[in-house]
Ligand binder design. Structure first.
Ligand code: NCD
Ligand code: ZN
Length: 348
């Protein structure tokens, strides 16, 4: 039985680090294991200009504890007012790695998102021209569409027509939660990839709703039925380089999660790699873990594979993770996979 596994240092291709006291609290959790991460721009107000991205990157670097080695890969939040010239400049300066599309109203802090795609065509055409990827939160927001169908409907009514309009646009469909999303990315022609979160590999909607409502499993896109979870697992372990890790670790304080109207987001940075090793071992695919966490993402983004490595070790006894981490903004509950974890990352 395998009890040690060395991987190129992983990257997280979708994470929320927030700002201020929350940033200071959660950043070490990501930087401890991940060398780089795509930083979501949904702050309040959002990161929309090159200047915003520079200032946010500087705040992240200022919050990084001494001795930790971490590179934030910045994104801009696409709005209908985004200036293609500002965006192209930020890309040329190496300040941004991607642009994020939130359909207006889709999720936490997405009020400034896109309502009418006609208004962002010049920006998307510029991105296609310069090869800057668009990271997409793929859910429609129309009130009549059932929340469990929002991803599937997005593929048909928004994503496919959009890609037909701009075939050269590089697209990352983020946090895929449905078999339809997996099939779309696996089979589409053109430049497309998809990220999968840790928690969507480990839970389905029953975990969230059976035997009591569990607010810490509520996130967007919402977890779907078990058959979709199985499709995500199959894609993650497939070795298909179009699928790689974006944890979507999205911290909210317990006060805002455990509420009559709780926020969407699962915080998993601390134990994500333990969880993933568990899943890949369950699937008999530990040999595929490195591709998913450390190789396919850099290839997709045209970045070098990490030169450093991390080593995971399997213990006989459960790894003692805290139930929550304390941040200056308040306690944040850690993702609970619902069973003990035995793999852990050895200290470098
Ligand atoms: C994210 C957040 O809290 O910012 N929440 C979530 O449930 N994933 C937003 C997002 O990525 O949708
Ligand atoms: Zn997210």
């Amino acid at each position: 039985m395998m009890t040690r596994l060395t991987l190129r240092r992983p990257d997280d291709w979708h994470v929320h680090l927030r700002d201020g006291a929350m940033l200071a609290g959660v950043l070490p959790e990501t930087a401890r294991h991940f060398g780089r991460a795509i930083i979501m721009p949904n702050l309040v107000p959002p990161v929309v200009t090159g200047a915003d991205a520079r200032a946010y990157r500087d705040r992240i670097m200022a919050a990084l504890p001494k001795g930790m080695d971490f590179t934030p890969l910045m994104t801009l939040y696409l709005t209908e007012a985004t200036d293609p010239a500002d965006l192209a400049r930020a890309a040329a300066e190496g300040l941004i790695t991607a642009v994020k599309l939130y359909p207006a109203g889709a999720t936490t802090n997405s009020q400034s998102g896109v309502r009418n795609f006609d208004n962002v065509m010049p920006v998307l055409e510029k991105m296609a021209e310069i090869g800057l990827p668009l990271c997409i939160h793929g859910e429609v927001t129309a009130a009549h569409v059932d929340i469990f169908d929002r991803e599937q409907v997005f593929l048909e009514t928004v994503l496919d027509p959009l890609r037909a309009r701009i075939p050269a646009l590089k697209v990352t469909l983020e946090h895929i939660t449905t078999s339809q999303g997996i099939d779309y990315v696996a089979n589409a022609s053109g430049d497309i990839a998809g990220t999968i979160t840790t928690h969507h590999l480990m839970i389905n909607r029953n975990h969230m709703l059976v035997g009591g409502i569990r607010p810490h499993y509520y996130c967007l896109p919402v977890a779907k039925r078990a058959s979709h979870q199985q499709a995500l697992r199959k894609a993650a372990i497939s070795g298909n380089s179009r699928f790689f890790l974006g944890t979507d670790s999205a911290p909210h304080t317990d006060e805002t999660k455990e509420s009559a109207c709780g926020c969407a987001g699962v915080f998993s940075a601390t134990n994500t790699l333990s969880c993933l090793a568990h899943v890949f071992e369950e699937e008999g695919a530990l040999d595929r873990l490195e591709g998913f966490t450390s190789l396919f993402g850099p290839a997709r983004y045209g970045l070098p594979v990490a030169s450093q490595t991390i080593t995971l070790e399997k213990r006989d006894t459960a790894v003692p993770y805290p139930a929550k981490i304390d941040t200056g903004a308040g306690p944040v509950t850690l993702f609970d996979p619902g069973h003990p974890l035995y793999w852990h990352v050895l200290d470098a």
